[in-house]
Design a protein around this ligand. Structure first.
Ligand SMILES: CC(C)(COP(=O)(O)OP(=O)(O)OC[C@H]1O[C@@H](n2cnc3c(N)ncnc32)[C@H](O)[C@@H]1OP(=O)(O)O)[C@@H](O)C(=O)NCCC(=O)NCCS
Length: 175
């Protein structure tokens, strides 16, 4: 299975982004809720740049972000997938996620993050993945914990405090 295969969970389809997602993704990335714990909202132009970066990784067959489609409504409600990050001078693959706030607290981010973590270990044969989370981001911390991730250390990432949550392939049976 390659990086661009779609994943299914009970309520979500995780599929590669397409050019046609620009309108919907721009609306999401213009929302302060969606962009909480980031540098701020994105203009349409910034979203186009983000989309191009994500699609460029897809084209190269590298682990990338999936579009989250809420299947009952066939609606794009966010993203979940991989960013390549340098943390304390080490390259790491981060599982990151953002959801439309109308869909928060229904377990959807957990559902998506678990599917992406399984994909990392089962399909991509990665040995470890992390999530980088601001200490005040309680909801995101819960998603990482429910995904079996362990808080390893605090660091400063791009000028902000961040907890490095990690999971290795051999630790995942405990979740
Ligand atoms: C973080 C985010 C993706 C979580 O999505 P979600 O679908 O609501 O997550 P889930 O429903 O799977 O789980 C959320 C957990 O956090 C808890 N939670 C939600 N909001 C909370 C809050 N304000 N304070 C404390 N806990 C909260 C929920 O109760 C749930 O935990 P539980 O299962 O133990 O009850 C969503 O809030 C979001 O998009 N936030 C903005 C972007 C962001 O912060 N992304 C992460 C960057 S590291």
């Amino acid at each position: 299975m390659n990086c661009m295969t779609a994943l299914q969970t009970p309520r979500l389809t995780l599929r590669p982004f397409s050019e046609d997602d620009l309108d919907d993704l721009s609306a999401l990335m213009a929302s302060t809720d969606f962009m909480r714990f980031s540098l701020g909202v994105f203009s349409r132009e910034q979203t186009a740049g983000f989309l191009e970066k994500v699609r460029g990784r897809d084209r190269e067959g590298l682990p990338s972000q999936f579009a989250l489609v809420f299947r009952p409504e066939q609606k794009l409600i966010g993203y979940c997938g991989f960013f390549l990050q340098t943390v304390d001078e080490m390259e790491e693959l981060e599982i990151a996620y953002r959801l439309d706030s109308s869909y928060w607290s229904r377990g959807l981010a957990t559902e998506a993050a678990r599917a992406v973590c399984d994909h990392a270990f089962d399909d991509l044969q990665l040995s470890r993945v992390i999530s980088l989370i601001h200490p005040d981001n309680i909801a995101s911390r819960r998603v990482a914990e429910k995904n079996g991730m362990i808080p390893e250390k605090e660091t400063v990432f791009r000028g902000f405090p961040a907890i490095v949550f990690g999971i290795k392939r051999e630790q995942r049976n405990g979740r």
